[in-house]
Write a protein that binds this ligand. Structure first.
Ligand SMILES: *[C@@H]1O[C@H](CO)[C@@H](O)[C@H](O)[C@H]1NC(C)=O
Ligand SMILES: *[C@@H]1O[C@H](CO)[C@@H](O)[C@H](O)[C@H]1NC(C)=O
Ligand SMILES: *[C@@H]1O[C@H](CO)[C@@H](O)[C@H](O)[C@H]1NC(C)=O
Ligand SMILES: *[C@@H]1O[C@H](CO)[C@@H](O)[C@H](O)[C@H]1NC(C)=O
Length: 341
């Protein structure tokens, strides 16, 4: 079920990224990435948690299951609201309800926490690996992508562009195309009069992404994509679904590459792909952003991440070296067909 998108379109999209039109670049990148999106894996639960004997589970106490499972220690029993509170959310997204914001009154902390509940048992914001807790950094990383994609920081007169996350809750200029991929319409039929433009805290595009997210979330998004822009919990759920679900089969998700649950193969090493924040950019945007050297869109996501780490009390010095933060030299997990020079 593969087909190649026209080279000219690809080049135009890359150009968008390079000219730093942040919002439409993000939209275009997501749209382009999504074309190769097929056959998503179901999320894998954190099975190691279940192997912790109940009697020991109480000792686990945020230090991991070191007492009960030393061999393959992966745990995810916690909850995000234990370490991420409403006032931190307010600090991260301090301008989201200002007059200039396009989605004033839409987003709140409780919708994020409610949305997280569905994915916490799968390790979202709750993962320990070998006694290292990844939760706080993962939430900062995830929200950094969200903040970047929903920001209007480049559009308002402000000295602090990083303070404008959650300004939007849908793609602007949403009428330009309906994002209905005719090649897959027998599996993901497009509803009449409906457009599958970018919606959600990490916007999804195209009928097949709406269709796949529907299956996981058990909400009929193919017939009712508008639910996402009416319901902040659903909007965050869609975003976390994107974060937790590989773009293609047998590939890691953004969650997997961030927590290091994914183990790079020799090929990955040759392609300079290493676990960490930079690899999440690779999973979500591929060669539209990565392997292009330093670029404004990538640096903007990284800036959001560092800023959020500070606000969440982790501190940007914990973010790791630039090679791990950046994907400037990484080859894409999913190279865009025909885009190589
Ligand atoms: C956890 O530790 C074990 C034993 O030291 C090691 O084999 C394994 O690769 C580690 N897992 C991760 C994800 O780092
Ligand atoms: C999109 O189309 C609807 C109905 O055709 C119209 O009301 C709306 O203003 C359009 N929005 C944009 C951004 O062009
Ligand atoms: C919003 O979405 C959530 C999650 O899908 C759902 O539980 C809730 O009922 C929805 N709220 C409304 C008002 O539809
Ligand atoms: C590594 O890359 C080579 C060349 O692209 C490919 O033929 C091979 O199947 C890859 N190996 C793995 C394990 O993916």
């Amino acid at each position: 079920m593969e087909y190649k998108r026209p080279v000219i379109l690809t080049k135009a999209l890359i150009l968008f990224v390079l000219v730093n039109c942040v919002h439409s670049a993000a939209a275009a990148a997501a749209a382009a990435r999504s074309i190769t999106n097929r056959a998503l894996n179901p999320n894998r639960p954190c099975v190691a948690c279940g192997s912790c004997p109940k009697s020991k589970a109480s000792q686990y106490d945020r230090r991991g299951c070191t007492d009960c499972n030393t061999a393959k220690t992966r745990c995810c029993d916690g909850v995000i609201n234990d370490y991420f509170q409403n006032d931190q959310f307010e600090n991260l997204f301090s301008n989201r309800d200002s007059l200039e914001a396009h989605a004033k009154g839409f987003w709140d902390y409780h919708s994020f926490i409610a949305a997280s509940a569905h994915y916490q048992p799968y390790g979202f914001g709750t993962t320990y690996i070998n006694s290292t807790f990844f939760g706080t950094k993962e939430v900062a990383a995830f929200l950094a992508h969200v903040g970047t994609r929903t920001s209007c920081g480049n559009k308002v007169a402000s000295k602090e562009p990083l303070e404008w996350g959650l300004c939007y809750n849908k793609e602007i200029n949403s009428n330009s195309t309906n994002y209905c991929d005719e090649h897959v319409k027998n599996i993901y039929p497009c509803a009449p009069g409906v457009a599958y433009y970018g919606r959600g805290a990490l916007p999804i595009y195209w009928n097949y992404n709406y269709g796949e997210a529907s299956k996981d979330l058990k909400v009929d998004l193919l017939n009712h994509p508008e639910y996402i822009e009416q319901n902040a919990t659903l909007s965050f759920q869609v975003a976390i679904w994107r974060w937790m679900t590989p773009i293609m089969e047998h590939q890691p998700s953004a969650h997997d590459v961030f927590t290091g649950y994914w183990k790079p193969t020799k090929n990955d090493s040759l392609a300079k792909r290493v676990s960490g924040f930079g690899a999440t950019i690779n999973v979500l945007y591929g060669d539209l952003v990565c392997g292009q050297g330093d670029n404004e869109f990538m640096n903007n996501i990284i800036s959001h991440y560092l800023y959020y780490l500070d606000l969440m009390g982790v501190g940007r010095e914990e973010a790791g070296p630039h090679e791990v933060l950046s994907c400037a030299e990484q080859v894409a997990f999913n190279p865009t067909p025909s885009s190589s020079p």
